[in-house]
Ligand binder design. Structure first.
Ligand SMILES: [Cu+2]
Length: 222
């Protein structure tokens, strides 16, 4: 009987805290919709959008410290992979062909010697910065790992837009990075205030005229 009573009071307590939690959430949090464009006004896919709170917060990094950069159909997937500093990235090869992945970038020079189908290797990225990837066998293969210290980040889709949901109210540093931006090694930063409801920000990224994009190899090329 005592046990039963405890279960009941626990259930009531849980229900109460859920209601309080919801009320707190709706008042103290908001959504942020960021749209990235180039100077011609075209939407920019592959823009890493990062948020760093400027206030004291209980927010702690809760994401997984591992990620994946696949080789599939003689392409790197994804083209841009943002990861938190300290993340271990695996490089599974899903192709019949062998790949030989390397980077000369200062943030993490490395080389994964020729390896075949269903093989995987991991590299840990301990320094913030840009890591450009290539494959010694396939010149068309190109991708970027962007190692960030920001606790919150997402990459824009083809419409150049990304939505951050349920952000705690307050002031944030908002910065973006794109592989084709003029100063490729430094992100551009702005400030944004979240005050509940939806906040929209449109950002213009100053792009280089020519920048490398990954292309599917021509039929029978390899
Ligand atoms: Cu390759």
């Amino acid at each position: 009987m005592v046990a039963k009573k405890n279960i009941l009071s626990n259930a009531i307590r849980m229900a109460t805290s859920l209601v309080i939690g919801f009320a707190a959430f709706s008042v103290n949090a908001g959504d942020l919709v960021v749209t990235a464009k180039n100077t011609d006004g075209d939407p920019l896919e592959f823009t890493v959008v990062q948020l760093t709170p400027k206030f004291e917060t209980s927010l702690t990094w809760s994401g997984m410290l591992n990620a994946e950069m696949r080789q599939q159909n003689t392409l790197f997937q994804p083209f841009v992979l943002p990861v938190k500093v300290g993340t271990s990235v695996s490089f599974p090869n899903l192709d019949e062909a062998r790949h030989h992945v390397y980077s000369f970038s200062r943030a993490k020079p490395f080389e994964l010697r020729l390896y075949g189908k269903d093989e995987s290797n991991s590299i840990t990225f301990d320094n913030a910065g840009v890591v450009a990837l290539g494959c010694n066998i396939h010149d068309n293969m190109l991708a970027y790992i962007y190692v960030t210290e920001a606790p919150i980040y997402l990459t824009t889709g083809p419409d150049g837009t990304i939505t951050f949901s349920d952000l705690e109210n307050g002031s944030y540093e908002l910065s973006v990075w794109h592989p084709g931006q003029k100063d490729r090694d430094n992100s551009e930063a702005w400030s944004v205030d979240i005050t509940g409801g939806q906040t929209n920000r449109e950002l213009t990224v100053d792009m280089r005229r020519v920048w490398g994009q990954q292309r599917q190899p021509a039929e029978g090329q390899y």
